[in-house]
Design a protein. Structure first.
Length: 495
């Protein structure tokens, strides 16, 4: 197939796309001048940037549908974008493509306290749902650290979690229905408000699909009652292995905390200087273990967790005595990323998952990698489900540091796979982890994933060059590993 991309110059293509979209969008909903498109050149993975050819900011479903139909007819790639808080480059634009910003889809359409559901547009902020539901004693459980800014559409794209995902699940466990459009503008709906639907579970397929299968416009989420009480334990450990073993011991004791997070010494130092949460700066690692429920349930569970933590080597235990103190404990964890930004020009936040019993092993391995790549790394984990967030600190203006950071990140991901884990937990693959997907999955498995992609998007126009590496890319990456190099993310595949 010979597309418009292959037969027109960049300027001619841009003019064709802008003129075609003008028939469907008001003037203020189209951006194409170079300086105006700069804010859309990257998401939270700031090390890689490129400007989109055109940015469309539709305000209605009909306008979204029209944009997709126009781009499909012209053979122009489309990258859907929410708040731009993603950390794997999933919203990085194509230089000859359209960025479809869903920022204006920011209304809560209905909130039903009887059915405990809310129907929201994709651009509604995660935290805004809980704020609207609070008057009914309800809230939306998934709580990414970026929840003050990230949108529910982006949460669906990445299957986001948060510090309370251990007990309450990821986005996939808290969404009932999703509406949107395919790349050709066909209206689609996945899931229902019933407990189950017939046929294949396409709703779960859309979750975490990173904008490659459909553009989501509306989401129906579950709401749950706010617990009567929540209290948090802050436990200090003078040895990383003891902290890792304590995590496994808590779960082995049959306890499922509302949250179970881990931070190492460099991270606690960074966040304590930023928010003054009262963290133990002498500890090699600290755990935050939260219990919620009735007063009786919380009292009993806090007691059991305290016993387990002490039995596994905790050197100090502090339990929140008020809601203000509980929030203070969590303030450091919630601000880990901005705190890291204060101590380094740039950071790359990795995201992999390992078996809980290997937490200490991966931390010790990362310590050795710091020496190998001569870069610092601060670690924060969703320890309860083994989801790692190592933050590699570097200066993106130094090409050598960026290169070493890429190698460091790839090493973490591949070590996670070797330990029985996976290359992502909740941030997605995007462009960041394309090479590492070659390590986790075989050529046959990647081709099966491409088969799913083609079923929804035969030409490959929705967010192309992300998530699934081609056979050629994996072959090149294998050669790069032998030579000790790295395949650059800029060399993205067409499909």
């Amino acid at each position: 197939m010979t597309s418009t991309l292959q037969t027109k110059t960049d300027s001619d293509l841009q003019n064709s796309v802008v003129n075609a979209l003008r028939a469907h969008l008001p003037a203020h909903a189209l951006i194409w001048h170079r300086e105006d498109t700069t804010p859309f050149e990257c998401d939270g993975l700031t090390a890689y940037r490129q400007r989109p050819m055109v940015v469309a900011l539709p305000e209605t479903d009909a306008q979204v549908q029209a944009v997709l139909m126009v781009c499909s007819q012209l053979g122009v790639p489309v990258v859907a974008r929410g708040a731009g808080t993603g950390l794997s480059g999933g919203a990085m634009p194509r230089p000859q493509g359209v960025t479809l910003s869903m920022a204006k889809f920011n209304r809560i359409l209905t909130l039903n306290p009887i059915s405990r559901t809310a129907v929201v547009q994709c651009g509604v902020r995660n935290l805004a749902i809980s704020e609207a539901a609070a008057q009914h004693g309800l809230y939306y459980a998934p709580d990414p650290s970026s929840q003050i800014a990230c949108t529910i559409g982006g949460n669906v794209a990445e299957n986001s979690g948060g510090v309370h995902c251990l007990k309450y699940g990821l986005t996939v466990h808290n969404v009932l229905k999703v509406k949107g459009f395919t790349v050709t503008g066909e209206a689609v709906e996945f899931g229902s408000e019933a407990l189950d639907t017939g046929g294949y579970d396409l709703l779960s397929l859309i979750m975490g699909s990173e904008g490659m299968l459909a553009v989501v416009t509306e989401v129906t989420v579950k709401l749950i009652p706010k617990p009567q009480l929540a209290r948090c334990i802050m436990a200090s450990f003078n040895d990383i292995r003891k902290a890792g073993d304590a995590v496994a011991a808590v779960i082995a004791a049959g306890i499922i905390p509302a949250g179970l997070e881990m931070m190492d010494k460099p991270m606690t130092a960074a966040v304590e200087d930023f928010v003054h949460a009262g963290y133990d700066l002498n500890a090699a690692a600290i755990l935050l273990c939260e219990s919620d429920g009735t007063a009786e349930e919380v009292e009993e569970e806090i007691g059991r967790m305290t016993q387990v933590l002490l039995a596994n080597g905790a050197s100090a235990i502090a339990v929140s005595q008020s809601e203000a103190e509980r929030l203070k404990f969590w303030s450091g964890r919630k601000n880990a990323f901005p705190a890291s930004g204060r101590i380094s020009p740039d950071y790359m936040c990795m995201d992999s998952t390992i078996p809980r019993k290997r937490l200490a092993d991966i931390l010790l391995a990362i310590g050795e990698m710091e020496k190998k790549y001569q870069l610092r790394c601060a670690n924060v984990f969703h320890a309860g489900d083994g989801n790692l967030h190592p933050l590699i600190l570097f200066d993106a203006n130094d090409a050598d540091q960026l290169h070493r950071c890429e190698l460091f990140g790839a090493d973490i991901l591949e070590t996670s796979v070797a330990m029985g884990g996976t290359v992502t937990g909740e941030h997605g693959v995007g462009i960041e982890k394309l090479n590492s997907m070659c390590v986790q999955f075989s050529a046959t498995e990647n081709e099966q994933m491409f088969g799913v992609k083609r079923a929804f998007d035969a030409v490959g126009l929705l967010n192309p060059g992300k998530v699934i590496p081609t056979l050629q890319r994996c072959a090149e990456y294998g050669k790069m590993l032998v030579r000790g190099g790295a395949l650059k993310h800029a060399e993205l595949e067409r499909f």
